[in-house]
Ligand binder design. Structure first.
Ligand SMILES: Cc1ncc(COP(=O)(O)O)c(C=O)c1O
Length: 397
């Protein structure tokens, strides 16, 4: 039977990473993958996580299954981070999921099973997996305009125009709550207001993908867009992740939170969501969520986490500034200061596919074909060479 099966295309970003591993040039630089790196180029285990791991190992009494919805204290912490006090806890259905990806998949299956025929509007561009996940759940994705022509900022008029003219009531709209992947371009607070009004007026279902809380301006600041949408739309879905802000990538720690307009609907939705989980992965993994819960429940570890998160955020901002300054000093005829307006780990560099190819073949610098760079991959050591390489491909353009 298997002889007839053809080979699927490799994942674009992970394929690039494999090519990087095989590259023998010692000076190679990898700005393609979506993980945080410190200034020595490592993806560290946070100290608060190491401490929580020891504490948890001593305290853990069982490795039995969790409930379908996951750990209660963990889910409480998720809600606190997302909404603060800005939500009625009785209107929620919260499920711990295997990473943010698991949360997006659960949201997709919920929409597909409960609102057959709904389409999901996604920004153009968006995280490539959004298309894959929604399509796999049986939902059609429709792109809405997002970046401006030179791909350095938001095309807010185009975005509103597309959502206004192309949606019908009951369609879903996927929004990146902060630190848009792959562009780093986010709406302003005023634009979030307008977006909330538009979503409510057209009776659309917002799905907020929140994978980078704390990587933009801060934990509370980054939640403002979500909370603004909630003020306009009493029903929405949030898919959140602790992969990045706790550095728990491989432990698969995320959540899907449904906000309903009343308690009875929330209870009914929870029962449906539990059916979907039961038929998929049955119940979520324990370890990563136990670490997050241990940190959240310990004031000292919690304070340490906030500090370590702030350090990651500040390092990324610092590298943005350094890159912009060094490119300016290199004398190239292009202003990169738009990078300072973009937020989070990623940025659109504005480089075209040909320049991206040349960076890889001639300078051993790996960035994604769209021109997306992982700013967190820049270090004090690799920055001068990176800037020289970018200047070289721009000079010959
Ligand atoms: C926009 C976006 N959503 C969701 C995720 C999922 O993250 P994870 O499943 O690793 O928690 C990512 C990770 O790269 C992302 O960039």
């Amino acid at each position: 039977m298997f002889e007839t099966i053809s080979t699927a295309p490799p994942d674009a970003i992970l394929g690039l990473n494999e090519a990087f591993q095989q590259d023998q040039r010692p000076e190679k630089i990898n700005l393609s993958v979506g993980v945080y790196r410190d200034d020595s180029g490592e993806t560290p285990i946070l100290q608060c996580v190491r401490a929580a791991e020891q504490k948890w190992l001593a305290e853990q009494s069982s490795k039995s299954y969790l409930g379908i919805e996951g750990l209660t204290a963990y889910r409480r912490f998720v809600v606190q981070l997302l909404f603060g006090e800005a939500v009625n806890r009785e209107h929620l259905a919260v499920l711990q999921t295997p990473g943010g990806t698991g949360g997006v998949r659960l949201a997709a299956e919920f929409v597909a099973t409960q609102f057959a025929g709904s389409r999901v509007f996604v920004s153009n561009p968006t995280w490539a997996n959004h298309h894959a996940i929604f399509n796999a759940a049986g939902l059609a994705t429709v792109p809405y305009r997002y970046v401006n022509q030179n791909r350095t900022g938001l095309d807010f008029a185009g975005l509103c125009d597309d959502l206004d003219s192309q949606t019908i009531p009951g369609d879903a709209v996927l929004l990146h709550a902060c630190c848009h992947n792959p562009t780093g371009v986010d709406p302003t607070p005023q634009q979030w207001q307008q977006l909330g009004e538009l979503l409510a007026r057209r009776r659309l279902l917002p799905i907020l993908d929140f994978a980078y809380q704390g990587f933009g301006a801060g934990l509370e600041e980054d939640a403002e867009g979500l909370r603004t949408v909630l003020r306009h739309c009493p029903e929405l879905l949030v898919c959140s992740s602790f992969s990045k802000n706790f550095g728990l990538y491989g432990e698969r720690v995320g959540a899907m939170t449904l906000v309903a307009a009343d308690q009875a609907s929330a209870t009914a939705c929870m029962s449906q969501l539990k059916c979907l989980v039961r038929a998929n992965y049955s119940n979520p993994p324990q370890h990563g969520a136990a670490l997050v819960t241990t940190i959240a429940g310990d004031p000292e570890l919690s304070a340490q986490w906030r500090l370590e998160l702030a350090e990651m955020r500040q390092r990324i901002r610092h590298m943005r500034q350094q890159f912009v300054d060094q490119m300016a000093a290199s004398g190239v005829d292009r202003d990169f200061s738009f990078l300072l307006q973009q937020r989070g780990m990623f940025s659109f560099s504005g480089l075209n596919p040909l320049q991206v190819d040349r960076l890889r073949s001639e300078h051993a610098v790996y960035i994604v074909g769209s021109g997306r760079i992982n700013v967190a991959g820049m270090t004090a050591e690799n920055l001068p060479r990176l800037c020289q390489a970018v200047a070289a491909v721009l000079a010959d353009a």
